[in-house]
Structure formats: C-alpha cells, structure tokens
Design a protein around this ligand. Structure first.
Ligand code: PLP
Length: 248
C-alpha cells in the first residue's frame, strides 16, 4: 500500500515537472492538491508523511471523520465539494483554509456572517462551470465576473482565484477549451481591478488531464485516482448530488 502511493506520487510529480518544462512554466508555480474523497486517513497519512502538504475533501462528513487522525501531521486542508450552507460551521471547525467551491452568493453571505462572528477570514476560489453541463456545480462563465464583484464586498472572504472541473472527455481539445474559459475569465477579472480580489490561483486539472491544465495556466492541480487508485463510488455521487443529471 505504502509503496504504491509513494510510486504514484513520484509518477505524478514527474508528470507535473514535464508539463511545466514543456510549457515553459516554473514548477514552483504549480501545486499538487490531493483529492482524498473515499481515501482512508491511514492512506492519506502516508502521503502527508512523504512530502505532500495539501489535501481536500468533497464532503464535510469525510472531513469530520478523518480530522482527528490527521490533525497532528502538518498540512493544509481545502474544500472542493458542493457546500451546503448548514455545513459551514463544520468547515470552520475542521480547519479548512480555502473553500474552492464557492459558486453562489447565498453561500458567500452565510460564510461571511459565520466568519465575522468568529473574527476570522477565509480564502476562497470561485467555482465556474466551464463545461456547460447541468450536472456540475459552479457559476456560469457569463455570470462569474458579476458574482466575483458581489462576493468581493464581503470583507472576510479573500478571493484568490478560480476553480473548475473541466469536461470529462478523451478529446483533449474539448477539455482544453474548458481550461481556456477559466484562464480568460481570470484575465478579464484582473483587468476589472476589483478591490479585495486576487486572481493568482487557477485550480484546474485532475488525474487524466493535468498536463493540459498546466499548459493552460493551472496553479493547483487536484489529483485523486492517480495517487490513491480508483474509487468505489462514481464521481457523480459527489458532483451532482441534488442536481438533474443531464447526459451530455
Ligand atoms: C475527485 C475530484 C478530483 C480528482 O479527480 P481524479 O480524477 O480522481 O484525479 C478533483 N477535483 C474534484 C472537485 C474532485 O471531486
């Protein structure tokens, strides 16, 4: 088990390095985030004890379950799943430093109120639905700037960039088009010069498409399967809960 994880990490880091070289980017500008949904604390620990420092869950329940086992190992926790407003308190309790899946004003407002009450701030990324699939969360690209502008009014929320789950497709061009949408949005938002908004992070790319994402400017790639192996649940279990599942 340990050997597998360590080997997979070596392979992923090689892939990241190669992609950076090929696109003339500095390897220090791309962070590896481990998507740990369904992965046991024991296995996550192996990664954290061997050079990894950034992990993320999709569900508050899993964050909670693994918290005790992981809290004494230095690392950073992001949240990348659909966040219900009634779970915000848990996000604060279990030391999440960045919510990458902020996709609606109501969530931003509730998060802000909780943070204000606790005299805290939180880093956030705006999640954009670049694949135009109804089954995925995220704000429509056409509404992303407006949402960013509105969220920027909440002083406790530190907007650091954008996140997307691209299209799942073997056709690289279509996947790349999603990443380009995110990159273009980032550039547009930068030119808008909105106070309290930083646009340095682009969280995009996963096990199957991280090279394309890095070529298109990703600063965070989120990898699960390629490090920890295939999951027993289909991703739809995490991605479209409560949403109509339109085939695309
Ligand atoms: C599961 C997940 C990932 C990682 O996907 P893999 O294909 O397993 O690498 C990345 N981002 C989000 C939001 C996820 O839910």
């Amino acid at each position: 088990m340990k050997e597998d994880i360590l080997h997979n990490l070596t392979v992923i880091n090689e892939r990241i390095k190669k992609a950076c070289e090929q696109s003339g980017r500095n390897i220090d500008d791309v962070r590896l985030l481990l998507a740990t949904k369904t992965v046991s604390a024991e296995r996550i620990k192996i990664a954290l004890e061997n050079g990894q420092e950034l992990i993320a869950e999709n569900k508050v329940q899993e964050l909670k379950e693994k918290y005790e086992d992981l809290k004494d190992i230095p690392h950073e926790n992001h949240f990348i799943g659909h966040l219900q407003t009634n779970k915000i308190k848990d996000i604060l309790k279990y030391d999440v430093t960045c919510v990458q899946s902020l996709d609606r004003l109501e969530l931003a407002e509730k998060l802000h109120q909780k943070l204000l009450a606790e005299h805290r701030t939180m880093e956030v990324l705006i999640q954009v639905n670049t694949s135009n699939e109804e089954s995925k969360f995220g704000i429509d690209p056409g509404e992303a700037i407006e949402l960013t502008r509105k969220i920027s009014n909440y002083s406790t929320l530190k907007i650091k960039g954008l996140m997307t789950i691209g299209l799942f497709s073997a056709e690289t061009d279509k996947v790349r088009a999603c990443f380009k949408i995110l990159k273009n949005l980032q550039q547009e938002i930068i030119t808008e010069n909105i106070p309290n908004v930083e646009m340095k992070e682009l969280s995009m790319g996963m096990s199957g498409d991280l090279e394309t994402a890095i070529e298109e400017g990703a600063t965070i790639v989120r990898v699960g399967t390629a490090v920890f192996g295939t999951r027993i649940y289909p991703d739809s279990y995490y991605w479209n809960e409560g949403k109509t599942n339109k085939k695309t």
